[in-house]
Ligand binder design. Structure first.
Ligand code: 4FV
Length: 222
């Protein structure tokens, strides 16, 4: 998969996407990630990307021109242009699975009070929000989406890492997990997990996932 990111903070991407599973996916060529500085598509001495809102009001807005020029120069035939903003579809594991089918994405990240509306109208194929709260810019939302999608790409997770039986894979929270020691500070691992009876273990795990979801996230059961 090819992912391009348009941002005012390219340095924020150094680190989180250079470790562990994502680093390995990039090395194996399963993810071709490029981060682009929006200011590279400005032409004035101050490399201006923002301006005051028409009609007044607090803060600044992202100007359309640099974003249009950047997207039009980075976009390829199959590119899905995705805007990151609080007004977008609420990102979820289902959407992560959906995006993992794509071959080519361009993530446009915001800053200040957001985008000039014409960016949304004329450029965006989709708009995503990572949640109902406001962050300082779209870099972290973009990294969350890149991480959640990349780990679903075939060949990224090794055998010992699986996305099959995890939270939200069946709209249920995960069952409780335990590892050695079988007893820790008087806290024992449930007997069934030590029984070797895989049918019983599977039944217990399914029951636990359902109970835990009912208790903590009943909205998922609807
Ligand atoms: C956001 C979110 C988000 C809004 C103003 C950046 C900020 C500034 N993006 N999911 N929640 N963006 O808060 O995606 O432009």
């Amino acid at each position: 998969m090819k992912i391009d990111v348009l941002t005012l903070f390219p340095a924020m991407f150094a680190g989180p996407l250079d470790e562990s599973i994502i680093k390995r996916a990039r090395k194996k060529g399963l993810l071709d990630l490029k981060v682009h500085d929006l200011r590279d598509w400005t032409h004035d001495r101050h490399r201006t990307v923002d301006d005051r809102p028409f009609g007044g009001g607090p803060g600044m807005l992202m100007k359309p021109e640099p974003i249009f020029e950047a997207v039009e120069s980075l976009r390829r035939e199959k590119t899905k242009v995705i805007l990151l903003s609080p007004g977008g579809r609420k990102f979820s594991q289902q959407i992560a699975r959906e995006l993992a089918e794509q071959t080519d994405m361009l993530l446009v990240t915001g800053h200040y009070e957001g985008f000039d509306e014409r960016v949304r109208q004329a450029l965006a194929d989709d708009e995503l929000s990572i949640g109902d709260y406001v962050v300082t810019n779209g870099a972290l939302p973009a990294m969350v989406i890149i991480d959640a999608v990349t780990r679903l790409l075939p060949g990224v997770l090794g055998d010992d890492e699986s996305s099959l039986d995890e939270s939200f894979s069946r709209d249920l929270l995960e069952y409780p997990h335990y590892t050695r020691p079988a007893e820790f500070r008087g806290m024992k691992v449930p007997e069934v997990l030590l029984s070797g009876n895989h049918a019983e273990i599977a039944k217990w795990r399914a029951e636990q996932a359902r109970l835990r979801t009912k208790e903590k996230r009943p909205d998922l059961l609807k």
